[in-house]
Design a protein around this ligand. Structure first.
Ligand SMILES: [Mn+2]
Length: 429
């Protein structure tokens, strides 16, 4: 008999408020409502199936101390699983931990309350669970910080890569001990909140609090495991396409920020028996994010070009942003009020003009750090790329040659000893 599992992760309830607006009826930020809707859809599915077990891969909230109304929104969804008598494992992610001390502060509440069927995974250990379709073993591997496995003197003077190596050395035997204690006849799942070295990154690389570490995929590819349920990476992916076992990030259930614009959000339904597994990704209907980028610096009618780009986009209900590049002389040609009007059908939007300035000009590839050019070659390359300096370029080169040859003394009021380039022109640099 296979055990049916719903695996979801990275809820981040209470984040992304800047992308929402106040719902006048409920008094809540619309992005909180979006996130709750996504969570409710997952729980609805778990109950409708019904599944035998729900695995949450960690990161319930943006931090360990969410405001009570956010916590309540989370609790009132998960409570439905307790009511439906569906066993649930809540794993502790990096966002659920206090930066000081140990344990998943925001989730330990559920253990303290002894919610029937709920387990909080805040340590590396194995749980034996009874489900409607038989027993299953779940190894919980919460987000590990340096301080969980190493003392300060041990890490002193080590590079981050060396610390990472040391952590893996410490973790391996502990995980090995858990694996050896497993009942070989029971279906087995590892539930981990971790960064795996093969994962493609999303927003979490910007969100990570503190320095986590990266585990090699090989550590998770164990024949004793039937399914590896991960959390932390927001982009859905299976790191082991041969599925022996599947190593799956379901990803976040809603877009935390614009870096997740192009990602499909969802959860995973899996059926796990000893030595046998099937799974499917179930997409959620989430609010679209939309970025419009354009460069109007060469347009004679920049306003018209921007409005045309907005008109082409499907803004309806989207969290939108428009980023347009222009020259400072064009600023007067932009009617910002009209842009606001054109964007009004979006759920929310931001307008970001970017001025093309000399400081922001693209770097010259030949001058990147990897190339070694002598100073004169470098200056020649630079001047070739700066049209506005063309009429003084030869003077500047000559001055540079003179300076490099050490033939002149450059003193504070050295104009009179400087033979070629007048100081005023040099200041243009
Ligand atoms: Mn995380």
């Amino acid at each position: 008999m296979a055990i049916k599992i719903l695996h979801l992760s990275d809820i981040h309830l209470g984040s992304g408020f800047a992308h929402g607006r106040l719902n006048q009826v409920t008094g809540l930020n619309t992005r909180l409502e979006d996130f709750v809707t996504a969570l409710r859809t997952c729980i609805d599915r778990a109950i409708a199936e019904p599944v035998d077990l729900v695995l949450f891969g960690g990161d319930a909230f943006p931090d360990a101390t969410p405001p009570p109304y956010v916590h309540e929104a989370f609790a009132s969804q998960f409570r439905r699983l307790a009511d439906a008598e569906i066993p649930t494992v809540l794993l502790v992610g990096n966002h659920d931990q206090h930066s000081q001390g140990s344990g998943g502060a925001s989730l330990c509440l559920y253990r303290t309350l002894a919610v029937p069927g709920f387990i909080v995974g805040d340590s590396l250990t194995t749980h034996r669970l009874k489900t409607r379709n038989g027993p299953i073993q779940v190894i919980t591997l919460p987000w590990l910080t340096h301080s969980a496995l190493l003392t300060r003197p041990e890490t002193e003077g080590l590079s981050l890569a060396e610390i990472n190596q040391l952590l893996i050395q410490r973790l391996e035997p502990v995980l090995e001990a858990e694996i050896r204690r497993l009942d070989p006849n029971l279906p087995t799942v590892l539930l981990g909140h971790l960064m795996c070295d093969r994962a493609t990154l999303g927003a979490e690389r910007f969100l990570a609090v503190g320095k986590g570490f990266t585990l090699p995929l090989s550590l998770l590819l164990r024949s004793q495991l039937d399914y590896v349920a991960l959390g932390h990476v927001h982009k859905h992916q299976n790191l082991n396409p041969s599925n022996d076992p599947p190593v799956i990030y379901p990803g976040s259930i809603e877009r935390v920020d614009f870096s997740e614009e192009g990602e499909t959000k969802g959860y995973v339904l899996a059926e796990v028996a000893k030595g046998q597994v099937t799974w499917e990704f179930c997409p959620l209907e989430t609010r679209p994010f939309l970025t419009i980028t354009l460069d109007v610096s060469q347009e004679s009618q920049p306003q018209g070009a921007i409005l045309a780009a907005i008109a082409k986009a499907s803004l309806e209900e989207a969290v939108a942003r428009i980023i347009y590049k222009l020259r400072s002389e064009q600023l007067d040609l932009i009617d910002t009020a009209a842009l606001h009007g054109a964007l009004a059908s979006a759920h929310s939007y931001t307008i970001r003009p970017e001025l093309l300035s000399q400081l922001a000009r693209p770097r010259i590839p030949e001058l990147s750090a990897g190339n070694s050019l002598d100073p004169l070659q470098a200056l020649t390359t630079y001047l070739k790329n700066r049209e506005e300096l063309s009429d003084i370029a030869s003077d500047m080169l000559e001055a540079a040659q003179y300076l490099l040859a050490g033939e002149g003394e450059w003193s504070g009021n050295g104009q009179e000893t400087f033979p070629v380039a007048p100081s005023q022109q040099l200041r243009l640099l």
